[in-house]
Design a binder for this molecule. Structure first.
Ligand SMILES: Cc1ncc(COP(=O)(O)O)c(C=O)c1O
Length: 377
């Protein structure tokens, strides 16, 4: 019988988004909740020409336009099949069995997933109770790893916390470990507005990733970019799948950057709605982590799975993080339009009211501490 490599046999299954999400209010995977600009969909329809589909993709012109948009040289950029592919490219290029990846915990699980598939070992640095990442422990983890930390993955803003590592901490990591690759994953840059992309000229150990899956509303097409100094980008290119990005994804991305004002508008609305939602949480004394992205992590208590289930019954999908032992009782809500935020608040308030009547007490308070699932019965 065929046996996969040991690292693959030991791999924990990654849980991708569940099926059957169409038509629901998708507040579970931090996507754009309205869809891409209509011009992008039109450009895709125009690209559906049989002769064009018969050809392998050509990248040069598109790479040039994207490099101009991101203000880098074409040699400093790789087109990737989403950020996931950029992460896998890093492990394909740099990770030997036994190498160490340092990540904050909790964070986006795909870093560890591909690293483990390559046979690497992951060292996690926990956020403190205030969801701050202690720089000293991060540096310690990088420097004390044996063999020395091969790479560090820092989502900025981080998923699921929505928090950002201050630029001075990022600089400290880059400077303290010049032989360690530092990936700064800026999937939520369009919401945070903060970037270290220009630093690729200053730090040869820095890689920065961006995606078209979030604010741009193109998650289905799988399109991302990975940026690094020309030397590092050259090394990464050696291991890259030469046709990682399909022609339709590239066409969509090129049209999307032509209409980036729509993305800026969407991001601005999301930021305003995030504030509305955060204020509502405060008014109910529900603890949450102040976020710089298009989602917010909240501590609702032991009933988190039940709340998520009830919302799903009402057609609203949210992400329950309770499967992580450190995040039991936490739900993550993606923030969308004003109308969608209003609907979410209304549904939560209705639930609160129903349970208030049932339990005769301040239910959200009880969510926050311990509330037996039975209340929902
Ligand atoms: C931090 C982070 N990076 C990357 C991704 C995925 O990006 P892509 O769709 O480009 O693979 C996500 C998606 O949730 C994310 O949270």
């Amino acid at each position: 019988m065929l046996r996969p490599r040991e690292a693959v046999r030991l791999l924990k299954k990654y849980r991708p988004p569940m099926e059957g999400r169409a038509g629901k209010l998708r507040l579970d995977f931090n996507e754009n909740t309205v869809g891409c600009a209509p011009e992008v969909a039109r450009a895709l329809r125009r690209a559906l020409v049989p002769e064009a589909l018969a050809r392998y993709p050509e990248y040069e012109e598109g790479r040039g336009a994207l490099a101009r948009y991101f203000n880098v040289a074409p040699g400093e950029m790789l087109l990737t099949n989403g950020t996931d592919d950029a992460i896998k490219l890093i492990t394909d290029t740099f990770v030997d069995p036994g190498d160490v990846l340092v990540v904050p915990a909790p964070t986006f699980p795909v870093f560890q997933f591909f690293h483990s598939a390559a046979g690497g070992r992951t060292v996690q640095v926990r956020f403190d109770e205030d969801f701050r990442l202690p720089l000293d422990r991060l540096l310690q983890a990088i420097n004390q790893s044996r063999p020395a930390g091969r790479w560090v993955a820092l989502a900025n803003p981080n998923n699921p916390t929505g928090t950002m590592l201050p630029k001075k901490d990022l600089a400290a990591v880059l400077e303290a470990a010049p032989r360690t690759l530092v990936l700064v994953d800026e999937a939520y840059f369009d919401f945070s507005g903060e970037t270290v992309l220009p630093w690729i000229r200053k730090y040869p150990n820095l890689a920065v990733s961006r995606t078209f899956s979030k604010a741009f509303g193109l998650a289905a097409l799988r399109m991302g970019c990975l940026f690094a100094s020309e030397g590092l980008a050259d090394d990464l290119r050696r291991a890259q799948n030469p046709f990682a990005v399909n022609a339709l994804a590239l066409a969509a991305a090129l049209e999307a950057i032509r209409h980036h004002s729509a993305v800026r508008r969407y991001a601005r609305d999301v930021r305003a709605n995030l504030e509305v939602f955060s204020k509502w949480l405060e008014s109910r004394e529900i603890p949450y982590v102040p976020s710089r992205a298009n989602f917010v992590l909240t501590r609702v208590g032991e009933c988190a799975p039940e709340i998520a289930r009830r919302l799903r019954e009402e057609g609203i999908l949210v992400r329950d993080w309770s499967y992580d032992p450190h995040l039991r009782g936490y739900l993550r809500f993606t923030i969308g339009t004003r109308e969608q935020t209003r609907r979410l608040i209304e549904e939560l308030a209705r639930m609160e009211h129903r349970m208030d009547t049932h339990a005769g007490s301040h239910v959200w308070r009880n969510f926050v501490s311990y509330s037996p699932t039975g209340w929902f019965a």
